[in-house]
Design a binder for this molecule. Structure first.
Ligand SMILES: Nc1ncnc2c1ncn2[C@@H]1O[C@H](COP(=O)(O)OP(=O)(O)OP(=O)(O)O)[C@@H](O)[C@H]1O
Length: 250
């Protein structure tokens, strides 16, 4: 097995005086597409932000490609939740995607040919070439989601972290994103996404990590057919819609 590109060991994170992650062990390798699943407030976004070095660990370690996350930013692509981006900022699709590369060498740097190539390729991969010059404020929710994915891809990342990429998008956009994520996985990118779409996660991901402050279970979807694991993750005492949605029977 190859070395993990993201290696989180015993991570405990405190926010607002509370322990929101507790001794989390998580590893992500090239060519994996992992779904991070858990109820609201489980710590999914916090785990992504910890991997990015945006949230410090109280205990434990986070290593990205052999380095501290802050030193590995050039290899980490991040797709935040859609509401976290300033959509009223006067910038085109292409301009917004290009901001994915600015921290590689600073805001005032002239854009080199390789930057333009990376941006054009990313815009193309999410199917927005026809809307390149459109102000982002004029885009629909699904188009905005594609801009955020392209912005992360413009970095040509080794690790791609996505926070709820399937929330509020239509079926064709979901199809496009699913195909794109599977292609990236095949190309050797390590992909980790949070989602509340359990059926999509189960069919698309090579592995699922069930999180609720601690890692409740981590394995291939087929190995997580035990109802009890899902009940524990979501803090439920009996199977209901959740398990029907998954096609899991007790
Ligand atoms: N900046 C913060 N200050 C204090 N508490 C925070 C902060 N950010 C998150 N939290 C708390 O940490 C816990 C985990 O939040 P997080 O956003 O990681 O959960 P999540 O699993 O992504 O939830 P959701 O599915 O609702 O997006 C929650 O209880 C939340 O209230």
């Amino acid at each position: 097995m190859t070395d993990p590109v993201l290696d989180i060991t015993g991570a405990t994170v405190h926010l607002g005086g509370r322990e929101v992650l507790s001794g989390v062990d998580f590893r992500l390798r090239r060519g994996e597409l992992v779904g991070l699943i858990g109820p609201n407030g489980a710590g999914k976004t916090t785990l992504l932000r910890t991997a990015l070095g945006l949230v410090p660990v109280h205990r434990g370690t986070v290593v990205v490609g052999g380095r501290a996350p802050r030193r590995a930013q050039g290899s980490l692509g991040y797709v935040p939740q859609r509401h976290e981006f300033a959509w009223d900022f006067p910038i085109s699709v292409e301009g917004a995607v290009a901001t994915g590369r600015t921290h590689l060498a600073g805001l005032l740097r002239r854009r080199a040919a390789r930057d333009r190539d990376a941006v054009a390729e990313a815009v193309d991969r999410v199917g927005l070439a026809g809307l390149r010059t459109r102000p982002v404020g004029e885009l629909s929710g699904g188009q905005r989601q594609r801009v955020l994915v392209a912005r992360a891809l413009a970095l040509r990342p080794r690790v791609l972290l996505l926070d709820e990429p399937f929330t509020g998008i239509d079926a064709p956009t979901q199809e496009l994103l699913s195909t794109l994520l599977a292609d990236l996985r095949d190309e050797g990118v390590a992909v980790l996404m949070t989602t509340h779409d359990l059926a999509a996660a189960t069919s698309l991901c090579t592995r699922l990590c069930l999180l609720n402050r601690v890692v409740v279970a981590d394995g291939e979807p087929a190995a997580l057919a035990d109802t009890d694991i899902w009940l524990r993750t979501f803090g439920l005492d009996r199977a209901g819609q959740l398990l029907k949605a998954l096609g899991v029977t007790g």
